[in-house]
Design a protein around this ligand. Structure first.
Ligand SMILES: [Zn+2]
Length: 439
């Protein structure tokens, strides 16, 4: 019988600890292999050097996908294939951001807006945006596996997203997450450590401006979703790993915390609550437990979604440790406790994500935003030639959409998918404007 939510913690903990200790030796061998191996770093470098920005709908993204598929086949991964996804095609145009009030200047320092707002000022910004939204095009999710030795029908999904914004090579967002996922499975294969369950690498296309890839996977694999025991997303950079966050029951949380201790040698044994991600969101919404790799994010948003997201900002040793941290699940006998929730003893849906700190407010001939967060490093916008954004103080009366976030990339997609014309304001990242006047 599966433990009920809330009363499984005590019963689960000793068993989980005992179970996890059995994997000390293979865990240590994977950690050793990952931290001595420069393959992850070299592959990250080759991808960003060769293909550069990999925005949704571009030939560069598709060529990168072809290259990854070939590599996975050469690595001996199993069931390597792609799955079609129709993705939006958005093309950046002329754009500018000018501060109109309290003074006139080209807007470079987005944190300045935050400071003004905190002081009670009401800065006004003029955006010029000439982007276009073209018809959707077909892209692909990449899927590869190492089949489970005992329960091959049970699946642990692990992945990151291949695509990047159009202006950035996306070394940390999310070439690193993709490579960590791929290398974790490649190392299992290389070390002949066949997991108990099937570990399935899913590299997602079109993460940055839509959630089509997660929906496509959910729809293509709907019949086997009850056997998805865990979905892991790595999309917070590949800085020094700290551990994982997980959305699951108390019993499952204790099991993962126990397993997580195996990562103490690389300082990645912290396990907290709240794991999620934009890519795995659609299958989490149907009950799959979700887990996110947590890393030191102190530098992530210095470069996030900018042209400065390049490999030189990353440390090969930290990348190797992220690979090591990503390789773990799939073995533990306790994983079925993470699994599913369809018997009614576990919560049927993930709890709502915390409310994000940005809202959009359509205003007469303009757009207004409440912005309570961080920098606005770049602007990407719509066909409309001119918009004005007024930043209001927190708590001002607003209407429109709110985005959510627990993961640096998840916040954007919820809004974007509901607003196909590409609208986004995030506390930390960027303003993107609509081509259909909805912003
Ligand atoms: Zn990302």
């Amino acid at each position: 019988m599966r433990p009920r939510r809330g009363n499984g913690r005590n019963a689960a903990a000793p068993a989980a600890a005992q179970d996890a200790s059995r994997y000390r030796a293979p865990a240590d061998s994977l950690i050793r292999a990952a931290t001595r191996d420069s393959a992850a770093w070299n592959r990250m470098a080759e991808l960003v050097d060769t293909f550069g920005p990999r925005f949704s709908g571009t030939p560069e993204l598709e060529r990168a996908i072809d290259w990854i598929v070939e590599q996975m086949k050469r690595d001996g991964l199993e069931n390597v294939h792609t799955e079609p996804v129709m993705v939006p095609r958005w093309v950046r145009g002329q754009e500018s951001a000018t501060l109109l009030s309290p003074r006139n200047a080209e807007l470079k320092d987005a944190m300045m807006l935050r400071r003004m707002q905190a002081r009670g000022q009401r800065p006004r910004v003029r955006l010029r945006m000439g982007a276009q939204t073209l018809p959707d095009v077909q892209s692909r999710n990449v899927v590869a596996e190492i089949r489970g030795r005992e329960r091959p029908e049970e699946v642990v999904v692990v992945g990151g997203h291949i695509g990047s914004w159009d202006i950035t090579p996306g070394a940390m967002d999310d070439d690193g997450g993709c490579v960590a996922s791929r290398e974790a499975v490649r190392l299992m294969k290389a070390l002949a450590l066949r997991p108990r369950r099937t570990v399935r690498v899913v590299l997602w296309t079109n993460e940055e401006n839509g959630i089509r890839r997660g929906n496509a996977y959910r729809d293509a694999h709907r019949a086997e979703l009850p056997n998805h025991v865990l979905a892991i997303e790595s999309d917070a950079g590949v800085f020094a790993p700290r551990g994982f966050s997980i959305t699951a029951t108390d019993a499952a949380f204790e099991a993962v915390r126990s397993i997580g201790r195996l990562l103490a040698p690389i300082g990645a044994d912290s396990v907290g609550r709240g794991g999620s991600g934009a890519d795995i969101g659609p299958i989490m919404a149907l009950g799959a437990p979700g887990m996110g790799l947590e890393v030191d994010r102190s530098r992530y948003f210095w470069y996030h979604h900018t042209a400065a997201d390049t490999l030189d900002k990353l440390d090969p040793r930290e990348v190797a440790r992220s690979v090591a941290a990503t390789r773990l699940p799939g073995n533990s006998k306790r994983l079925p406790e993470l699994s599913r929730c369809l018997d009614g003893t576990l919560p049927p849906r993930v709890p709502p994500l915390p409310r994000h700190s940005a809202e959009l407010t359509p205003a007469s001939g303009s757009a207004a935003a409440v912005q309570r967060g961080g920098p606005l490093p770049h602007y990407s916008g719509g066909r409309d030639s001119l918009r004005t954004i007024a930043l209001r103080r927190p708590g001002a009366r607003t209407a429109g959409k709110a985005t959510h976030a627990t993961n640096p990339c998840s916040r954007s997609t919820r809004t974007l998918d509901k607003t196909p014309s590409h609208a986004e304001i995030s506390a930390r990242a960027e303003i993107s404007a609509s081509t259909r006047g909805r912003f």
